[in-house]
Design a binder for this molecule. Structure first.
Ligand SMILES: *Cc1c(COP(=O)(O)O)cnc(C)c1O
Length: 347
């Protein structure tokens, strides 16, 4: 079976797991100055993350969802209003922040264009109308086919938001896919956002963990929110050690996943009824098969019978994610199955 459901399926390598055995450990929830704990490996990871992203401070989180939740709650309290992309993960998949029984945060949405770039005029209109407490962007943009929001567009959003005294949070679950695709340093991409989070657990292949980065004051508040959410951990160096390995060794190789996604897309480009949504620039390909079949879930079932595991996204589309462990041959094999399905369903 070729499983292209998500890059969360990456498994840690033996080298990565070996780092755990030698990692110095301590109680990360026994805190000192600036809210930092006693686990030296966690502290080393947080310092490296802050350095790579060009931010003052960073904090390790158990998951990407908690990273977003804590980063938002550090900057927008219940009752405040977020401006989010209408297809943002935070809004569509996480939701808890906007639950009237939990986060009690309100939201307004902005659109993005067919290349996944946030609509500046739309963002400006919402900011001018007032009442926005935090602007959120996603980079790379998962449901927009792994689109990369350009540093220029981010800078323009930051400037608009800044003029209204509103901070910007970036959901950078796949931020390194964006920087590798752009060929720029992570700090360059992060310069135009106030806080950001990224996942160690997706393409970077660590088993667990995400990081929030930002200025010292905000990260202290993120730490407070992490504690409130139950995300403060003890000997978390066992998570941080593979995370350190991931940051040191697995960023550059994301380019291989991008090349596999591109090879897959190129092999199905000529199909008249299987449409690729957006541009393919990172490790995600989203397709629209509504010309062929009414229910994307039935399409996925047919694919599974042929050895390809995929899932619908946003009830309309189907997502293919390429990650470490998926070979070029498998990418091309997946394309052959998509071609077979088009021939059968269109015939
Ligand atoms: C995966 C993902 C998250 C959440 O990460 P988890 O570790 O699965 O909670 C947040 N945002 C985006 C864009 C993601 O793809």
């Amino acid at each position: 079976m070729i499983d292209l459901r998500s890059d969360t399926l990456t498994k840690p390598t033996p080298e990565m797991l070996e780092t755990i055995l030698d990692a110095p450990l301590g109680d990360d929830d026994r805190t000192h100055e600036l809210g930092r704990g006693e686990d030296p490996t966690v502290n080393e990871l947080e310092d490296l993350a802050a350095q790579i992203t060009g931010k003052q401070a960073a904090v390790l989180m158990p998951s990407g969802s908690m990273a977003n939740t804590a980063a938002v709650l550090a900057q927008a309290k219940p009752g405040s209003t977020l401006l989010v992309d209408e297809q943002q993960h935070l809004l569509i998949s996480e939701k808890y922040l906007f639950d009237p029984d939990f986060g009690r945060i309100k939201f307004r949405t902005y659109r993005h264009d067919e290349h996944g770039q946030p609509d500046l005029a739309d963002i400006e209109r919402h900011l001018d109308a007032g009442g926005i407490d935090l602007v959120c962007v996603e980079n790379s943009h998962n449901y927009a086919g792994g689109a990369v929001v350009s540093p220029d567009r981010l800078a323009a959003i930051h400037e608009l938001a800044g003029a209204h005294g509103v901070p910007v949070h970036m959901d950078g679950a796949r931020m390194f896919n964006a920087t590798v695709a752009l060929g720029i340093a992570p700090a360059e991409l992060c310069a135009s956002v106030d806080t950001l989070m990224f996942c160690l657990s997706k393409g970077l292949s660590a088993p667990v963990g995400s990081i929030v980065c930002g200025d010292q004051g905000t990260i202290l508040e993120v730490r407070r929110m992490r504690k409130a959410l139950g995300g403060a951990m003890r000997q978390a160096g066992v998570i941080a050690a593979p995370g350190l390995y991931a940051l040191r060794h697995n960023i550059g190789r994301l380019a291989e996943d991008h090349a596999n996604a591109r090879a897959f897309a190129d092999a199905i480009l000529d199909l008249p009824h299987t449409h690729i949504v957006g541009d393919v620039v990172t490790n995600i390909v989203v397709i629209d098969v509504s010309d062929l079949i009414d229910d994307p879930l039935s399409y996925c079932e047919l694919a599974a019978q042929r050895g390809l595991i995929i899932r619908p996204v946003m009830k309309r589309y189907i997502r293919f994610v390429f990650y470490r462990g998926i070979t070029r041959d498998e990418a091309l094999e997946a394309a052959a199955i998509v071609r077979e399905l088009e021939n059968e369903l269109a015939g």
